[in-house]
Ligand binder design. Structure first.
Ligand SMILES: Cc1cc2nc3c(=O)[nH]c(=O)nc-3n(C[C@H](O)[C@H](O)[C@H](O)COP(=O)(O)O)c2cc1C
Length: 378
């Protein structure tokens, strides 16, 4: 019986190979920041309030001027199509049916064009600054052609954080059958049939678009060669001047950077430490959310991610000033567990948890969320 995101995580672990599960489940180095994201959310306690009319608690809100059914979006995650065949398409469809945004990663398995063709609701597109700016430019043009409703530029990856689990497991793109993983893969026949021997198994946005991509079999090889460690705020201006739509800057974890993001023309910032996958030892997102909200001071929208495993976690972010949360791992586990139905189930679980939590804190809807919901908002 699936009651929580943790149940979906357990199911995902049984259904996909270890290397793929660990790619999502793990963080960088000793995974301190990964753990802190969840632990600091857990440590916040709600203030129970009674005898408030909460009979019509509405979760609807807006993000970047668009109405959404609850304050949640699906974060960009690379390789989602390895967790389930056509993973990005299924995720985008589940999000669209639910009325929340889906953000496609540049490092996806299904391409922008694949997702556009398979869905009828605009999605967001995420990119990194690459050393080959021509590739960034081409991606922007492809996102415009696909009518993406926002561009998310991820700032916290000048180079790839070192993730011990991935190194240990020898994760390769596309996934390969080897002596080392043969038993593991043999015990996941449904995954092997659909993904390992399926149609889409590698970086859909890159194949056919960058010279030499076909020869790049290894994730580290691609990332190490292309992430631009020299990028600065001037390069954000470069993106801003080329992207005519809404711009979301992701990876802000500091009040000073929040002000710089605002000056660079952000329509929204995402308070994020990449789910604990980049700078290990950085603070949890929920602990710095209030200082970023204060620095932004209502001049653009503040979203947050990192450690959200329940509607209660979303409620805590809202209480501390976020407009909405984003989910990475919770999405991937749900996708691996049961495809589109799994993602819909995860969103349903979170919606119910959020509704009940708002009601029991005496908060008559997402729009009314605030620090009054917590015993010690800090
Ligand atoms: C497997 C995986 C792949 C990710 N790939 C990307 C990516 O391609 N681009 C990006 O901006 N963030 C990426 N992220 C970070 C997420 O967008 C998000 O910031 C993070 O997952 C939030 O934390 P959570 O996983 O605890 O929900 C990835 C996260 C995971 C778990």
């Amino acid at each position: 019986m699936i009651q929580s995101i943790d149940d979906l995580r357990k199911l995902a672990k049984r259904r996909i190979p270890r290397a793929i599960f660990d790619y999502a489940d793990g963080g960088s180095y000793q995974e301190r920041t990964l753990r802190a994201n969840a632990a600091d959310l857990d440590a916040l306690t709600f203030r129970q309030r009674v005898m408030v009319d909460v009979s019509s608690t509405s979760l609807a809100t807006t993000v970047l001027g668009t109405e959404i059914s609850m304050p949640l979006a699906i974060a960009p995650t690379g390789l989602a199509g390895l967790f389930h065949a056509d993973g990005e398409i299924l995720g985008a469809r589940a999000a669209a049916a639910f009325g929340i945004p889906f953000c496609l990663s540049t490092m996806s398995i299904c391409s922008i064009e694949d997702v556009r063709a398979a869905t009828n609701r605009p999605f967001w597109f995420q990119q990194y600054l690459m050393r080959d700016r021509g590739f960034n430019q081409a991606l922007i043009e492809r996102a415009i052609a696909a009518q993406c409703s926002a561009l998310m530029l991820t700032l916290d990856l000048p180079l790839l954080g070192e993730r011990w689990r991935d190194a240990r497991n020898g994760l390769s793109i596309p996934p390969r059958l080897s002596l080392r993983n043969a038993w593991d893969v043999a015990t996941k026949p449904a995954w092997a049939m659909k993904v390992l021997f399926g149609k889409r198994r590698t970086f859909g946005n890159l194949v056919g678009h960058i010279p030499g991509a076909a020869g790049l079999l290894n994730l580290a090889e691609w990332t190490h060669s292309q992430f631009d460690a020299s990028a600065t705020w001037r390069d954000v201006d470069w993106v801003r001047s080329r992207w005519p739509g809404r711009l979301i800057l992701k990876g802000v974890l500091d009040a000073e950077d929040a002000r710089l993001a605002l000056a660079a023309g952000a329509d929204a910032v995402v308070v994020s430490n990449h789910g604990g996958r980049q700078l290990d030892g950085a603070p949890s997102t929920i602990s710095v959310l209030p200082e970023v909200v204060a620095a932004i001071d209502g001049r653009c929208e503040v979203l947050f991610d990192g450690g959200i495993r329940s509607g209660q976690d979303i409620a805590k972010g809202l209480a501390l000033g976020a407009r909405a949360g984003l989910i990475g791992k919770s999405f991937l586990f749900a996708l691996a567990a049961a495809g589109e139905a799994g993602v819909t189930q995860a969103l349903t679980i979170m919606r119910n948890e959020l509704r009940v939590t708002l009601a029991l804190t005496g908060t008559p809807g997402a729009a009314a969320a605030g620090p009054h919901m917590l015993t010690d908002p800090g």
